[in-house]
Design a protein around this ligand. Structure first.
Ligand code: ZN
Length: 507
């Protein structure tokens, strides 16, 4: 690079690093708020968070940033950048465009609207009163329809929203993928519902003191290769993982004494998110590339560990004994096979976050179809409950008795996160597709798991996924790892295989 340009580049990198520092400070404060910060300090803390976030936003959308981006966009300058630098530039440009294209006043109004709407949603969810929440949601959807116009309509308005969470994902692609998935999963769920297998699982009703669950979570995280020198495990109301930088990736879980499965699987899940961020190339630290490349790929890593590994029989052949050591009385007479069944039983339920691995995807497809109707067909928000209930009836054969367990169950829409839900199912599909490749390359995978030798799994994922952070796009990751584009058949194959054997089905 020419020296003059190099100086400009260094200035750009410093600006990017400064923004990163603000974000790290804010993320740490959020972690603190959610893991036991003193209540009396929380309103002052919220102001501090607001102030620091605004500073970061100002830098991200500053004229200084605009000047750098313009300079490096010139062809003769761009030609002097290395691949990785171009990726960084692309990434920064995208958030710059996203934020700069919205008039400041409208952006502020929208922030106020969503924060009010979240509070309103909480009340509405408690009482099941959709009408009280509907005006807020109508305004959010209206604002987002307008914002999509500012950002630029891709193939369809909803494509613009999808791209925010899963770069380059399109409605055309997802329509195809979800249709194929639906055709195989709906009959599978029906076959299971009609199956006569009813397991007797009284151990699920026992009490499991927190200490034993905590010890097991720590143990299992170490087994996966989670680095406690670069992270920590705490308790929070809702489990989450937060990557401050690759050397500090924290996770939380929640121990329910009446549910032995919950914390074990949420530790595996959040541990999967954390392994991703802990193993990003240190070269990327201090840039926005030092994080997962999309919500979908991130979710694929948590679900890979939680479901593909954690809900497999070999896993419990090795680790059930460890859990039994913590709870010898509660788990007397239970076998690894029985525990494995308990962790995989299917129940058509109304609530997404309580759904099993199979029906979970149907919950997501319903939300995807509704969001698409809202943005591409201008569906009236008032009609949401009706559309919601009829889709639950047709895909899952159940109708919510009230809106709390129906259209009001998720927080996402109240914060304006339209386009987000698809990531969860994308995660399942990516994970199953990666698993298929891993099995080909590691024919003894089940043996390794049954021996408790999980490190080769972590190393494989590090080399193919983790290390790149956001330096590769999601479509590049899945293609480079598996040699083909996203293909929903692998998830359907995996689920059919698992459940035909567990439920003794003939498909
Ligand atoms: Zn997750």
């Amino acid at each position: 690079m020419e020296q003059k340009l190099q100086e400009q580049w260094n200035g750009f990198r410093e600006l990017v690093a400064k923004i990163g520092s603000y974000h790290e400070a804010v993320n740490l404060m959020y972690w603190d708020l959610r893991t036991g910060a003193p209540r009396k300090g929380s309103s002052t803390r919220a102001e501090t968070i607001g102030l620091l976030s605004t500073e970061a936003f100002k830098l991200e959308t500053s004229d200084e940033m605009g000047t750098y981006l313009q300079l490096f966009a010139q062809e003769e300058n761009l030609a002097q950048l290395e691949d990785l630098d171009r990726r960084l530039l692309e990434n920064v440009q995208k958030s710059y465009d996203q934020n700069r294209k919205i008039p400041e006043k409208e952006f502020k109004d929208y922030t106020v609207l969503t924060s009010k709407s979240e509070t309103q949603w909480e009340e509405a969810k408690d009482s099941g009163d959709f009408e009280s929440f509907e005006p807020y949601l109508t305004e959010i959807v209206g604002t987002l329809r307008k914002f999509v116009g500012y950002w630029g309509v891709k193939d369809t308005p909803y494509d613009t929203l999808l791209d925010m969470y899963e770069p380059d994902m399109t409605v055309e692609r997802l329509d195809d993928v979800f249709d194929r998935l639906k055709k195989r999963l709906v009959p599978l769920a029906e076959a299971i519902a009609a199956s006569e297998i009813v397991a007797h699982l009284p151990f699920l009703d026992a009490t499991y003191p927190k200490e034993g669950q905590e010890a097991f979570s720590h143990f299992i995280l170490k087994e996966m290769g989670y680095d406690f020198e670069a992270g920590r495990l705490d308790e929070a109301v809702h489990p989450f993982a937060t990557g401050l930088n690759p050397g500090d990736v924290r996770i939380t879980t929640h121990y329910h004494e009446n549910d032995v499965l919950s914390a074990a699987f949420s530790s595996l899940h959040e541990g999967g998110h954390a392994l991703y961020e802990q193993n990003i190339d240190p070269k990327l630290t201090g840039t926005p590339l030092a994080q997962g490349t999309s919500m979908g790929i991130h979710e694929s890593q948590s679900r890979f560990w939680e479901n593909m590994i954690g809900r497999s029989l070999p896993f419990w052949e090795r680790y059930f004994g460890e859990l039994q050591k913590q709870f010898p009385d509660q788990l007397t007479g239970v076998t690894p096979e029985k525990f494995h069944f308990a962790a995989n039983r299917v129940e058509n339920s109304l609530i997404r976050i309580e759904a099993d691995e199979l029906t979970y995807n149907l919950h997501i497809i319903i939300r995807y179809e509704i969001e698409k109707m809202l943005f591409n067909e201008n569906l009236d928000v008032k009609k949401l409950p009706e559309v919601w209930n009829s889709k639950y009836e047709s895909y899952l054969g159940i109708t919510p008795p009230n809106h709390s367990e129906g259209v009001l169950q998720d927080v996402h829409w109240s914060g304006g996160a339209f386009g987000y839900f698809a990531s969860y199912s994308l995660g399942n599909m990516y994970a199953a597709q990666m698993m298929r490749t891993m099995r080909k390359e590691m024919p003894n995978l089940d043996e390794l798991i049954a021996q408790g030798n999980l490190l080769p799994i972590k190393e494989w994922l590090t080399e193919k996924v983790y290390v790149f952070g956001s330096a590769k796009k999601p479509s590049e990751i899945i293609f480079d790892v598996t040699g083909e584009e996203l293909n929903p058949d692998y998830l359907a194959d995996y689920l059919e295989q698992k459940y035909t054997s567990l439920y003794n089905l003939k498909l």
